[in-house]
Design a protein around this ligand. Structure first.
Ligand code: UDP
Length: 400
């Protein structure tokens, strides 16, 4: 009997990847059924965008670091693919597991070139906003994947509508719920102890009477008017707005010579613990981050989602988030946004994102497939009804 390949390569590369995958990584690390090779592409590499999350969430550091940086998306993607390819070729894992929709997931092309099965966590999310490179990345990786873990049934339906094989898509729930349960709710007393007077005094925000803001998306940062409209919204809130801004945003603010309103406190990106203390003690959050809007929803904090489109419409379904499209202030006037946002404070809503068991479901399903050698789903032919025709014989008489 041939021995089963039990090596799994997990490929991650940015801040929210560590957060989202923290529980899953531990389950895989501690499983006797799998030999995990955790690869970090290096899209994020500084302490405050990478290492602090490994320390705080107690995630075992990567086995292999690719240092696949670059100035442009093209450079980063090219580096991810060209550095990952020889590594995967040596490791020959049973599958390469990717998460999300970043330059890092384009490493799936290296796996594709080597015919290594591809697993996509966070599959079938769609904004249907084709201006977003992320939307293209998600579509590409889903269509190359052998196994897809979709967070919600509605996402699975989106994938099936695109022609993906329903049998290759497993609905698991959103792992951010698992992470918050384990890291925040189970340690609520610890977080309460961090939220001291001194904590807020040091940041010059009054506890319970300020807003948190994050902003990093190209559509907001690369458009001067959009970024300016975001600042106008922050100013209109009146209370202090604590703004740990991505470096890209800080650069844009400088280059565009935009002046920060007096109530906005700008800092470098901060660690997860600090971020959660601020979020849970704020009046609300203004964000263009997919993860932050989910976290706010789970933590019962109202949000303003500063985006034209979202792949997470559930936050609108449960009424915990207000839409603000910074590129279209006529359609989304600031007084209207505030009139919708203010009444959300103190309101509660159901969590539509998951039951806290998503990581367990992913790990269980992955390990079962690994043991049974079932990660290579595409080549079974289940998906391709025309496969018989393409593999058919030519039908010509054998003469001679
Ligand atoms: N976050 C953090 N510190 C910050 C800003 C964000 O710890 O200064 C966390 C936040 O709680 C969330 C994740 O980083 O879990 C979101 O990252 P980002 O907005 O970069 O990614 P996106 O969700 O847009 O993919």
């Amino acid at each position: 009997m041939t021995e089963m390949n039990s090596t799994l390569a997990v490929v991650l590369g940015i801040r929210p990847d560590v957060i989202r995958a923290s529980v899953l990584l531990e389950l895989l690390h501690t499983s006797p059924d799998c030999e995990l090779r955790f690869i970090w592409t290096g899209q994020h590499y500084s302490d405050n965008l990478k290492d602090v999350f490994f320390r705080e969430l107690k995630v075992r550091p990567p086995d292999i670091e690719l240092h696949a940086g670059g100035e442009t998306d093209a450079e980063i993607t090219a580096n991810v693919i060209s550095r990952l390819a020889p590594l995967l070729d040596t490791l020959r894992p049973a599958a390469a597991v990717f998460l999300g929709d970043t330059n890092t997931v384009m490493g799936c092309l290296a796996a594709a070139q080597l015919n290594i099965p591809i697993v996509h966590v966070e599959g079938c999310m769609r904004s249907y906003d084709w201006r977003m490179p992320e939307e293209k990345y998600r579509t590409i990786i889903d269509h190359l994947s052998d196994v897809i873990y979709a967070y919600l049934e509605a996402y699975k339906e989106q994938g099936v509508a695109e022609g993906l094989d329903p049998a290759s898509i497993v609905t698991v729930g959103n792992p951010i719920v698992d992470v918050l349960e384990r890291y925040y709710f189970d340690r609520k007393r610890y977080f309460d102890s961090l939220a001291s007077e001194a904590f807020f005094a040091a940041r010059e925000v009054p506890r319970g009477c300020f807003y948190l803001m994050t902003c990093h998306r190209r559509e907001n940062v690369q458009e001067r008017d959009s970024l300016g409209n975001i600042l106008l919204l922050a100013e209109a809130l009146g209370d202090k707005v604590y703004f740990p801004a991505s470096y890209r945003t800080q650069r844009a603010l400088k280059e565009e010579r935009l002046t920060l309103p007096g109530n906005v406190i700008l800092t470098d990106p901060i660690g997860y613990e600090e971020f959660l203390v601020l979020l849970t003690n704020s009046r609300g959050v203004l964000t263009d981050s997919g993860t932050v809007v989910e976290e706010a929803c789970v933590l019962q904090i109202p949000s303003i989602q500063m985006r034209k489109s979202t792949e997470r419409p559930e936050v609108y379904d449960v009424g915990c988030s207000v839409k603000f499209d910074p590129s279209n202030p006529e359609r989304y006037p600031i007084p209207t946004i505030l009139a919708k946002f203010r009444p959300l404070e103190g309101r509660r809503w159901a969590n539509p994102l998951g039951d806290g068991k998503a990581s367990q479901r992913i790990a269980r399903d992955l390990l079962t497939r690994l043991k049974q050698g079932q990660l290579d789903c595409r080549r079974t032919g289940r998906l391709q009804p025309r496969m018989k025709r393409s593999f058919r014989e030519d039908g010509l008489p054998e003469v001679g």
